[in-house]
Ligand binder design. Structure first.
Ligand code: ARG
Ligand code: ZN
Length: 354
């Protein structure tokens, strides 16, 4: 990424060293400004997937779901962020409220700029809530717990100030604050092999892990929610990120594979085959170090290693790197459709194994 007036210099440089190159995005600024955020009336009923939405719109819509579908939807505010935003999680469940089915936990938007992930999460919520008969097998086997915005502060910052913001927004109380280096990488802050490879120690790092495991309000709220629901057996976990089209298994902190790695890969392959059958979108399958990079303190590792959730995955949604984080809004519906088809197909396979 360079300024327009540096284009010639860069091309001359690459030409001199015979480096093959193509321009992926000619005008990043136009693309960033072109990403319109929807302006829906916040009456709690409106949601759409033809554009991205502000956090406030998404939260109002969640409030509305809890009001209009009380049989199906329970809304939890599991914590508050440093900037005073709520951490909202919906539970979607059919049948007796005093019984617990195995839980499927899906969360998204750990990283501010990964807008598509929140849209896919709200799409999944909408499918389950407005067309439960379509998913009767899944809803008979599982309770769904879905958190569409894990990092509200980072998302707001991306929407309003800096489109490519990744981390949360808490000040570290050190010199780094004066350099504008705020926030923690929430996907490095979980307490299973916290502090291992692929996590940063200095606050200015893009992958800064925080001072200690669960030092952040966002991650500790999730930990506490899981602890408070000890009677729920976690069947599957999906962390939605972007971009890269990868369906990844633990471990993320080491190249060593979990003992049930082959079974996790089997189910992942079922998921990506379903995705590909939809409109041809191809996904890579493998452990995070094998297909992306090593990273410690991730939510997927914690759900598997500490919360006992066997089928724990991180999914890098579209695209493959052309638009990257700036995925145009016309891609929301096709991406959401194929992703949910992949996840729901994988879940049916998991249900049959039990
Ligand atoms: N892009 C994700 C991140 O950087 C990948 C995480 C994969 N999981 C892991 N435990 N390494 O957070
Ligand atoms: Zn991410």
């Amino acid at each position: 990424m360079v300024n327009g007036n540096q284009e010639k210099e860069l091309k001359d440089f690459m030409g001199f060293y015979k480096i093959d190159n193509t321009v992926l995005i000619d005008d990043l600024d136009t693309l960033m400004n072109g990403q319109r955020l929807g302006r829906l009336k916040s009456d709690g009923k409106a949601m759409s997937w033809t554009e991205y939405h502000y956090m406030e719109t998404i939260f109002d819509w969640l409030d509305g779901l809890a009001t209009f579908y009380p049989e199906l939807v329970t809304l939890y505010t599991i914590g508050m962020t440093t900037d005073g935003n709520p951490l909202k999680l919906v539970k979607i469940s059919v049948g007796r409220k005093d019984r617990h089915k195995p839980g499927v936990y899906i969360d998204a938007l750990y990283h501010g700029r990964e807008w598509i992930s929140a849209s896919v999460a709200t799409w999944i919520i909408n499918e389950l809530v407005t067309a439960p008969s379509r998913y009767s097998t899944l809803l008979k086997n599982f309770d769904f717990y879905i958190m569409p915005i894990m990092n509200p502060d980072g998302y707001a910052h991306s929407c309003n100030y800096n489109r490519l913001w990744r981390k949360s927004r808490k000040a570290s109380g050190t010199w780094a604050d004066f350099l504008g280096c705020r926030g923690v990488d929430l996907n490095r802050n979980f307490g299973f092999h916290f502090g291992g490879p692929g996590s940063g120690t200095i606050p200015c790092s893009l992958i800064y892990r925080g001072t200690h495991a669960f030092s952040e309000p966002e991650t500790s709220a999730v930990r506490d929610f899981i602890y408070e629901n000890r009677n729920v057996k976690w069947a599957a976990y999906f962390a939605l990120h972007s971009y890269g089209q990868k369906w990844m298994t633990p471990w993320g902190f080491t190249e060593v594979k979990p003992v049930d790695y082959d079974e996790l890969i089997r189910v992942a392959r079922i998921g990506v085959a379903a995705i590909e059958s939809h409109r041809g979108t191809k996904y890579d399958v493998g452990s995070a170090p094998d297909v992306l990079y090593m990273a410690s303190g991730g939510s997927d590792d914690w759900f598997k290693g500490a919360a006992g959730c066997k089928y724990s995955y991180t999914i890098e949604l579209p695209d493959y790197g052309f638009y990257g984080f700036l995925l145009p809004s016309w891609e929301i519906i096709p991406s959401a459709n194929e992703t949910w088809f992949g996840i729901s197909t994988a879940l049916r396979s998991i249900a049959r194994m039990r």
